[in-house]
Design a protein. Structure first.
Length: 165
């Protein structure tokens, strides 16, 4: 199995989480590659395998600067992503209640709109929780990988449910 972790980050926290997840997931059975979203466009989803979006939230609920080009290309090009399976590990701070974890939410919504199917629930790490995000990332990614392996399409969350998250 192949997993591509796509990282949207401003100060490096999401990148640290992605690196920890890559080390945990790359177990001999699974080949993992981490890619910063810098200079990526929607063609990245032509790659083989499953995708894991690991992104922070910035400003007024925006995707990070390095993720803007990819996000905007998805909105503009509107490719058919019905072949894409993905997970989302989002980072945010609940003290910004109105825009909490919108970076991950925005990617989840556009991927769903374009036909991609999410595996498992979208994770929303809260920086104000006092729990280190890389610790949460390790635990969450193991559970996510188990869903990918165990259930295949059975682990998919219908689009209607993902819109409520």
């Amino acid at each position: 199995m192949k997993i591509s972790i796509l990282v949207g980050t401003m100060i490096g926290t999401a990148q640290l989480c992605a690196q920890e997840m890559e080390l945990a997931l790359d177990d001999g059975e699974t080949e993992v590659q981490t890619l910063l979203m810098d200079e990526l466009d929607s063609s990245v989803f032509a790659r083989e395998g499953v995708f894991l979006i690991c992104t922070s939230t910035y400003g007024q609920g925006d995707v990070p600067d390095n993720a803007k080009a990819l996000y905007e290309d998805l909105q503009k090009a509107r490719p058919d992503l019905s072949h894409v399976r993905y997970g989302v590990f989002g980072l945010g701070d609940r003290t910004y209640a109105e825009t909490f974890n919108f970076g991950g939410k925005r990617f989840d919504e556009i991927l769903t709109e374009l036909g991609a199917r999410r595996i498992g629930e979208r994770h929303t790490h809260d920086a104000s929780s006092g729990i280190l995000p890389e610790e949460t990332a390790l635990e969450w990614c193991q559970q996510w990988l188990a869903k990918v392996r165990e259930f295949g399409d059975g682990a998919l969350i219908p689009a209607t449910r993902s819109q409520r998250n």
